[in-house]
Design a protein around this ligand. Sequence first.
Ligand code: PLP
Length: 379
Amino acid sequence: MKFATKAVHAGVHPDETTGAIMTPIYQTSTYVQEGVGNHKGYAYSRTQNPTRHALEKNIAALENASYGACFASGMAAIDCIIKMLNPGDEVISTNDLYGGSYRLFRTIFEKYGIVFHFVGMSDTAEVQQKVNENTRLIWVETPTNPMMNIVDIEAMSKVARKANAWLCVDNTFATPYLQNPIDLGADVVMHSVTKYLGGHSDVVMGALVTSNDEIAKEMYRIQNSSGAVTAPMDSFLVLRGIKTLHLRVQRHCENGERVAHFLRKHPKVESVYWPGFEDHPNHEVARKQMKGFGGMISFNLKGNKLDEATEIVKKVTVFSLAESLGGVESLIGHPVTMTHSAIPKKQREKMGVVDSLIRLSVGVEDADDLIADLEQALA
Ligand SMILES: *Cc1c(COP(=O)(O)O)cnc(C)c1O
């Protein structure tokens, strides 16, 4: 089946008792058993719930994977993967990692004896340098936040295979519509479902998918043991959101392209970070592994004044000043005072997160209105 058909149909089927076309919200904690050990596959909702189950099958199908698991947040999904490791195991990740992942790795898992390395991942040689006999996991994010760097997933999967390590890709920014890491050699894919999969800024959720039997067994064991599962109501909302994922992402890409080109021509704008530009340093890799370039864009201002940037994010009226991304509505953010405020100035500036950097999550509104809004805010 092709993507759009899977988005609408995978994992779901009309309710057998009533014919209801939409998967019911099975708002139940337990299930009546006919005899001891004789149940219909559902015994307790931490372990399994039919609404969640339908969503897990749907997301797995979108990523061309065999197994899916949904969690209470993206962070809970990442937490599940790292819990598969043992003290002394080493993880190699990128130095412009999502801040929450960095915090989880450094402040929670380091004290359990897991070792994390952070390197520039656009160059596989830098990753190769950190590989040793303890390397168990390579953690990739692409495109990255907020600088929109691109990592070559296929090249990284070769490094992981040679190191006898797993490759996990945080595919939140790209979505399964634009990029399928399992097809490129990844062992696990992680999503903050909160973003594009949910798509309507009304749910916090995470997901993991894999086709590896060993990883799947551990994934379900930890999901059930640690218990950071997602609720039936939220599962229903995301099932509904995903039915239009392909349509939404197409529009995010179209609007993103128009906004990126508008910004690039604007006299007050210094640089625009968007992988669709031919002179983006990893444009060729993006073109090879993605179907489109998405609606996430960052830009900075000539003169690099902090107060000018904070003025612009206040002056917009169609864009909303908020954290998060991936919803139908356009959001604007200022990484230095918002998402990246905890990172020391020197370190963040090395990444490109300068005082005037502004990040956009371009929504599915009319692009003319979005451009007019940025125009008046920049004026
Ligand atoms: C938001 C986000 C996460 C964390 O997901 P939550 O649902 O907020 O817990 C992880 N990775 C990326 C790239 C994100 O944007």
